[in-house]
Design a binder for this molecule. Structure first.
Ligand SMILES: [Zn+2]
Length: 616
């Protein structure tokens, strides 16, 4: 299928000036999937990166403030109720609540997933502490872990629709408490958690929609929506962080091989019909099976699956309309532009996408995984509405021709668990560490500080990218030191160039690769990166070449419809490609029904919009 759709995209590209088919052309699955012969790049610590980008910092501040304001009693309430204990304090409501008579047919909001986000919030607070060193954050994590340890009982898992999902998140919260807050009890509480949960988990990966608790799921499908196939990632992580051999064995035990990773490793496209976020999330389990257990089969599975996913992604980088992965070559992505407003589950989807691409980038050093992270960051999760203290959460990005940017009706959904984690993780997505090497993956104002062979170094990047072409880097070093700095040159950045201390480095900046500069670096050294932000078009799929999104560099520019009833702009490709910049973050396209304002997702506010337009 891949060969067919690749040719399709190439043909689509040749039909019109400026249609960037190459945006979608991933290294063909099945090719180039040998395990690399070099050690994976390392992540930097949360505290090594100082972020100076306001939208990224605002998301961290906002989510952190919401979590800090939730009372301990409210956070523990559903866990206590389900364990038959006194449960004082305000009920948070929404998905977080416990309702023994919950019926999703009657009310999808209150009681769907009680306490599900507790572990993710402890994880996000722990990572935030690693960033800020804030004592109140540290105290809250330590307090919550102790209160939680007194609460958890088997009843919680017996009564829960999502025992594996919840265990997976609790596991990560405790691991991050151990690693970042240095909670001396975290691994002991983890052991207690695992002992309590295991008898109530399925014992192996059970696919979404498959019955495994025969006493529970009669006539209520929601009991079959657990996600045990995502567990190995955090189980392997637990082993890696010193929780013991048991977690390595459990990681292997829960790998979803037979119907998922095995066919993917043979490059069979088995994405169709699967729950989007959780199956993409499970690819991080495949990556940890490679990183921790050395399984090349699982690396192949993840690389192939990522290529398949790229082929069914929107121009924004999002995927999975109505939370479902689609058949290759189907009409589904095009149909989704009119059939649904639930186009991409944004906080959870981007969290899974960032983890997967981070693993893949570390292992392969392939710059295109970084391109993918960048595309998703600017066009999806960086533009979500802020998490509110009443539980209002941005869930779906809307790529319908009649789109709006709105909160989900249910409060405290899954996405309220992942958004705070996404917000802490921008730091670790931005820079990576190799032997005497740093890889700069994302371009956003920030400073990296680290020690290389006893030498204290810092690298500061500045600029208005992705609105301006130029990113400027300055080096500080306690003494001159040999080092290679790698800079990602996005695949779309034709004509990119690099200057080192004002001198042009010819032939170094190849689109789709990291440009490597090896030299003795000293304080005051300066690198300037020029990434030409040209306009281009990307089609929704190979069969609908007249349905396009306008891109400028990594940014999708969306067409505003000031009133919902406004007709879509009647434009040509040439009119789109000659969009005029009317302010720093605003463009205008002339169309036969008047001028249309084009804005990136981070700027659209509450104005109705469309991501794709039909060109005449
Ligand atoms: Zn979600």
């Amino acid at each position: 299928m891949t060969g067919i759709s690749r040719r399709g995209f190439l043909q689509a590209g040749s039909l019109a000036v400026g249609v960037a088919a190459s945006d979608r052309l991933w290294a063909g699955p099945g090719q180039d999937t040998e395990a690399p012969g070099v050690a994976p790049l390392a992540e930097f610590g949360y505290g090594d990166v100082f972020m100076a980008s306001e939208p990224h910092e605002a998301q961290l501040r906002d989510t952190h403030a919401v979590l800090m304001a939730l009372s301990d009693d409210s956070l523990l309430k559903p866990l206590r109720q389900m364990s038959g204990m006194p449960a004082p304090g305000e009920d948070l409501g929404g998905w977080y609540s416990y309702d023994p008579d919950y019926n999703y047919h009657k009310n999808f909001d209150a009681g769907f997933a009680p306490g599900c986000t507790f572990g993710q919030w402890v994880s996000a607070l722990s990572r935030a502490y690693a960033i800020s060193g804030d004592q109140a954050t540290c105290d809250k994590v330590l307090r919550l872990n102790r209160l939680y340890a007194q609460t958890i009982t088997a009843d919680f898992y017996v009564k829960h629709r999502f025992p594996a999902y919840t265990y997976d998140k609790l596991l990560l919260g405790l691991l991050d408490s151990h690693t970042y807050v240095k909670d001396p009890l975290a691994l002991t509480i983890l052991e207690q958690t695992t002992n309590t949960a295991l008898p109530h988990l399925p014992g192996h990966a059970v696919e979404h929609d498959v019955r495994w608790r025969m006493d529970k799921d009669e006539g209520d499908l929601s009991w079959t929506w657990d996600e045990s196939y995502t567990m190995p990632e955090n189980l392997f992580l637990a082993y890696q962080r010193g929780a013991g051999q048991r977690y390595y064995d459990l990681g292997l035990q829960y790998l979803d091989d037979e119907t998922w990773f095995d066919p993917l490793s043979r490059n069979e496209n088995v994405l169709s019909g699967r729950h989007a976020y959780s199956y993409v999330n499970s690819l991080s389990s495949a990556m940890m099976a490679y990183l921790v257990a050395g399984s090349e089969k699982h690396l192949r599975a993840a690389r192939n699956a990522f290529a398949m996913l790229s082929e069914q992604s929107y121009a924004t980088g999002g995927w999975g309309p109505d939370e479902m992965l689609r058949a290759p070559g189907s009409n589904d992505m095009y149909a989704s532009l009119t059939d649904t407003h639930h186009s991409f589950e944004t906080p959870c989807g981007s969290y899974a996408h960032f983890k997967l691409t981070r693993y893949l980038l570390r292992v392969t050093r392939d710059a295109r995984y970084g391109d993918s992270m960048e595309r998703m960051m600017y066009n999806t999760v960086l533009g979500v509405k802020p998490l509110q203290d009443n539980g209002d959460t941005f869930y779906y990005s809307d790529y319908n021709f009649d789109a709006k940017r709105v909160y989900k009706q249910a409060r405290w959904p899954c996405c309220s668990g992942t958004l705070p984690q996404v917000a802490t993780d921008y730091r670790i997505n931005t820079y990576f560490h190799g032997p005497r090497a740093v890889y700069v993956n994302l371009y956003l104002p920030s400073t990296l500080r680290w020690i290389e062979n006893g030498v204290a170094l810092s690298l500061t990047q500045q600029g208005e990218y992705p609105y301006e072409d130029r990113v400027t880097f300055t080096v500080k070093s306690s003494q001159p030191t040999e080092l290679t700095l790698h800079f990602r040159i996005p695949a779309w950045a034709e004509g990119a160039s690099i200057l080192v201390n004002g001198a042009q480095k010819r032939g170094l900046a190849q689109p789709g690769e990291f440009a490597a500069i090896s030299r003795e670096w000293k304080t005051g050294d300066r690198v300037e990166l020029e990434l030409p932000l040209k306009m281009r078009l990307q089609t929704i799929d190979s069969r609908h070449t007249d349905t396009v999104a306008l891109l400028r560099g990594p940014l999708v520019l969306m067409a505003m419809k000031p009133r919902q009833e406004d007709p879509p702009p009647q434009v040509t490709r040439e009119q789109l490609l000659s969009a005029k910049r009317i302010s720093e973050r605003e463009w205008q396209v002339s169309s036969s029904n008047g001028p249309t304002t084009m804005l990136p997702f981070t700027s659209i506010g509450d104005v109705p919009y469309t991501t794709y337009v039909k060109v005449g």
